[in-house]
Structure formats: C-alpha cells, structure tokens
Design a protein around this ligand. Structure first.
Ligand code: GLC
Length: 545
C-alpha cells in the first residue's frame, strides 16, 4: 500500500517548469479577460477605484454568504485602522444550497439578520417595530435611521452599481438556477422588507474584493495592498488593475480613474486543462461534482475539493492494505465525507505512531488504520496539499508579475525599502504645508496632487458609477508588495504559505529577491470588514456624513 501511495505522490508533483509554464498561461488568460467579456477568467470590474486608508468611520452591518457558512456582523470602523466587530456564524443548511427558488435562500438570510439584530441591536429593532406597528413609518421616511448593510457574496456576479449585481453562475456546492441573472441585492432587500427590518442593502462585494479592502484598511503602514485572495471552500482573487489595461470597459467618468479593483474569478483559470495537472482522481472529482467542466483551478486548490481528491486516492490504495478492513457503511464511500480539516490535522500530525491521524480516520471514516496505513495516507495528504499550495503560488505570482510592482521604476525606487521611517502619510504632507519631503520622487507628488483634485471633484460632483474614498492616501516604503489572504486552508493547513513562497522563488521573474518583497497577511474578518467599508463608501457617495 505504501508503495502504491508513493507512486500516486509522484503524480501529484508539480515541478519548477510546470509552475513557470502555468504562470505564463495565467498572465495570458488575465490579459484575455481584460480585453473581452466571456473569457476564461472573468476579470470582473468591481467599480471600486481606490482602496481604504484606515480613516473610515461608522457602524455598519455586514452579511457574508460564503461557500459553507453564513456570517452576520456589525462592524464599528473606528477611523484609526482599527475596528470592533460583533459577529455570529452558522452553517448554511445544505438543502438551501440547492433550494428550488432564490427566495428560499434569501428568506433564510433575512431571518438570520433579524435574529442578529434581536441579539445585538435590539433597541434599534424594537423602536423601528413600534413605528411599523403604529403605522407611523414608511421605509423612505425613516431610511436615515436604517442600518446600512454591506453584502459579501462569494460567487461570480456582474456588478451594475454599488448595490446592484446580477448572478452569473453558481460555484462550490450551490446550484439554484432560478437565481441566475437576478439582482442579488434586490433579492435580499425584498426578504428584509418582508420582515420589516430597519436595514438597507447598501453595497455588494465579492469576498475577494472585501478581503482586499479590509487588508488595505488595517495593513501595517500601507494602503497599497495589491491583492485580496481567498483559499477556503473556494479560491479566488481580486487585485488592483490599471484602467488603461481594462480595454473591455468604457467609462464616461472624467477624468477616468487610474485604477480599479477587479474580481479575477481565477477559480476558472485553464478550464481547458492546457497547463493544469490532471490525475485520474481529479477527473473523477470533476465529473462527480455539481458543476462538471468548470472551476478546474479551484478544484485542485480549494477546501471543498481537496478532501474529495484524497478520498479518491484512499479508495485506490486501501485494497492493497493487508490490515485495513473497511466497513460497508464507511463514510469513505460517501462524497464529501472528508473535510479539509482532516487534511490540515493529518499534515500537521507529529504524534507518536501517527496516533492523531489514526484517531481522525476512525472518527471520520470508521477505519482502523495501523501506523503504516496512516503513513501512506498522510503521504497522500501532503502531496495533495503541496500541489494545491504550489498552484496557489501560480496565481499569486501571475498577479504580482502582471502588476509590475516588482520592476524597478521611479515610483518603486524610493530609498530604504521596508524601512518604516520612510512611510509618509498624506496627512503629514498636508500638515507640512506642502513641504516636499526629500525622500519622495516627483512623480509620486504629481500623482498625489492629481488624486487630491480627483477627490475634490468627486466630493462636489458625485459620479454615479464609481466608488472612491475621499480620504488621503498613505504612501508605503517602496518595494513591498502587500497581499491580504483569508480562508480555512491558508489559515489552518500547515506550511501552506511556506510552500507558496518556495513556489514564488521558483519563478524567474520573482526569484529570491522578489519573494522577500512580497508580504502576505491574513485579513482577519476580512469579508465582514470589507463589506462594511464598501457600505461606508456607498454612504459617502450619497453624501451621508
Ligand atoms: C468561488 C466563487 C468566487 C469566490 C470564491 C471564494 O470561486 O466563484 O466568487 O470568490 O469561490 O469564495
């Protein structure tokens, strides 16, 4: 059995050349997505054209519909890069992931929002309910007292406005065909209104965009975060792209914004399998999934599928064991019976005779495994996890290289790379009465003054399509490329980031020097805080203080 396991381990190897080739292909498909709709990678415009800088303030609600859990939070942005958060989390019932109508799912969300308000903001809820019952209110009249809600929706949608977006397709374990093409905010608002809750759905964001915004809000010393990435039940990334490269989108805004956050929907990278690895186990996992043929990259990286790949490999090797007896009823024969947490536990197991892994095998699969059996299974776990992390490295490398942020440029040549003393905030610049700090290059100042102009014009003439934060940017010491990440794999799978980093070093355009300049940080509570930040941006656009 161990020999067979080792043969399979070889099939999961993804070497230097593979990674390099995949990164080139990734950049190619990113470019295709910038040029036309319907490309493999969606590169979906978010209409967010600047990132927060930590000064945003206010109390907002956030709802995060992920692939596994529903989280509801109220976020108090404190304006000093800090926030306080109250949150509740529950598993999304699996029958609702495949509900008959969209309203079944969204009614569940509204009920959970009501329960959250009752538990945490009951005074506001009660006083509103009294008004409703006495007929003293209509929604419009009292909408100023309503809580603004940012909705993090972790699926692919086309954004039409800050609070409007139509669902393009379902991924992960969801499939409710009735919802496709419908406005997601509208669906939620209808159910909220049915319960007469004092809540307005003010903004809609993909979880990756939320993660990028949240990281920008709290990232140490910088607001120039490049990428927000999720490695959880699904995988995806959103990054800051130059508008001049986004040729498929024409904006009437004058002056046009310089940059926009794009949701790459990288889960669908290389659906044609030109460069992605493809073992027989990957093929089975794909064909048995509810969305065969799509999300091929996601199916090799993310939490929903890694347990399934492992299950298929275990099914392959166990007949060769001389000791394992698999009960007929073992969950090993059921789809999705192995959770990614099993992979994280087994990969991190340092217990004598792999006691911990064996205990987990007994609990989750009803399999009594010897030390030898557990060793074989753990080797499979490590190879599947390692391949996933190397593929994650491909996506990060693709975005970093494409952004050009590692290339020498006047802007990137500020001295003292990584030296906090060279971090200058525009507030300092302003209070210095426009004294030019010695360390800042001229083109940065030009960009800064252009930005001030844009900010003021957007305060006086709000542009309906774009989201901008009219607050000063801070300037990071040159050279650091900041990345915010979230999700169960990156948080809990041992060495996931370490393997990503080795992969980055394997790619010539990044190498040892480039890898050192890439800073990866968990955006804790990222999607909730991100949603609150977009709701804040929405308020600013409507002139709310
Ligand atoms: C899936 C969704 C995507 C989401 C990702 C992570 O790939 O299509 O929108 O960001 O999962 O949750």
């Amino acid at each position: 059995m161990i020999e067979r396991a080792r043969e399979l381990v070889k099939d999961f190897e993804y070497g230097k050349e593979d990674v390099r080739k995949a990164t080139r292909h990734f950049i190619k498909q990113m470019n295709e997505g910038l040029q036309r709709d319907g490309a493999t990678m969606g590169q979906i415009p978010s209409y967010v054209t600047s990132v927060p800088n930590g000064t945003e303030k206010g109390l907002y609600l956030a709802v995060d519909l992920g692939g596994t859990n529903l989280r509801i939070c109220s976020v108090h942005l404190l304006g000093n890069t800090k926030f306080s958060i109250i949150q509740s989390k529950c598993a999304i019932p699996s029958d609702l992931m495949l509900a008959k109508t969209a309203s079944d799912l969204f009614a569940f969300l509204a009920k959970e929002i009501r329960a959250f308000l009752k538990a945490n903001h009951n005074d506001q809820l009660k006083s509103h309910m009294i008004k409703v019952e006495s007929g003293h209110t209509n929604q419009k009249a009292c909408s100023d007292d309503f809580l603004r809600l940012g909705f993090t929706f972790s699926f692919a949608f086309e954004q039409h406005a800050l609070n409007k977006g139509s669902l393009l397709y379902w991924t992960k374990g969801f499939n409710i065909p009735d919802a496709i093409g419908q406005d997601i905010c509208g669906l939620l608002q209808t159910e909220i209104d049915n319960l007469h809750l004092p809540v307005i759905v003010a903004a809609l964001v993909n979880d990756t965009v939320g993660t990028l915004l949240a990281r920008s809000y709290e990232a140490p010393g910088t607001t120039m975060t490049l990428l927000g990435a999720i490695f959880g039940t699904g995988t995806n990334g959103a990054y800051v792209e130059k508008m001049q490269n986004l040729t498929k989108l024409e904006l009437s805004d004058q002056p046009p914004p310089e940059e926009m956050i794009l949701n790459t929907e990288w889960g669908s990278f290389d659906n044609a399998l030109d460069v992605l690895p493809n073992t027989p186990f990957d093929s089975i996992v794909d064909s048995e999934s509810i969305h065969p043929g799509i999300q091929m990259f996601e199916k090799r990286i993310s939490g929903l599928y890694l347990g399934e790949i492992l299950r298929q490999t275990i099914l392959d090797i166990v007949p060769l064991s001389t000791t394992i007896v698999i009960p007929k009823e073992s969950p090993l024969y059921q789809q999705f019976s192995i959770d990614t947490s099993f992979l994280s536990i087994a990969a991190g197991d340092t217990s004598p005779a792999l006691y911990v892994t064996r205990k987990e095998l007994l609990q989750t699969l009803d399999i009594e495994a010897s030390h030898e059996d557990a060793r074989a299974i753990r080797e499979l776990v490590l190879s599947i996890g390692r391949r996933a992390a190397r593929l994650a490295g491909v996506a990060i490398a693709g975005i970093v290289i494409k952004s050009g942020r590692l290339l020498p440029s006047p802007q990137n040549s500020i001295p003292n790379v990584g030296d906090k003393s060279s971090v200058v905030s525009t507030q300092q610049l302003l209070s210095n009465d426009r004294k030019i700090p010695e360390k800042l290059p001229k083109n940065f100042l030009e960009r800064f003054y252009q930005w001030i102009q844009r900010t003021f014009s957007s305060c006086f003439e709000p542009k309906p399509t774009l989201m901008q934060t009219p607050s000063p940017l801070k300037v990071e010491a040159a050279g650091i490329v900041d990345i915010g990440v979230d999700g169960s794999l990156i948080e809990h799978y041992p060495d996931f980031e370490k393997i990503i980093r080795t992969t980055l070093r394997d790619i010539e355009e990044i190498g040892l020097e480039g890898e050192k300049r890439i800073r990866i940080g968990i955006a804790k509570d990222g999607s909730g805080v991100g949603a609150a930040l977009v709701a804040r941006m929405a308020d600013l656009r409507t002139g709310k203080p």
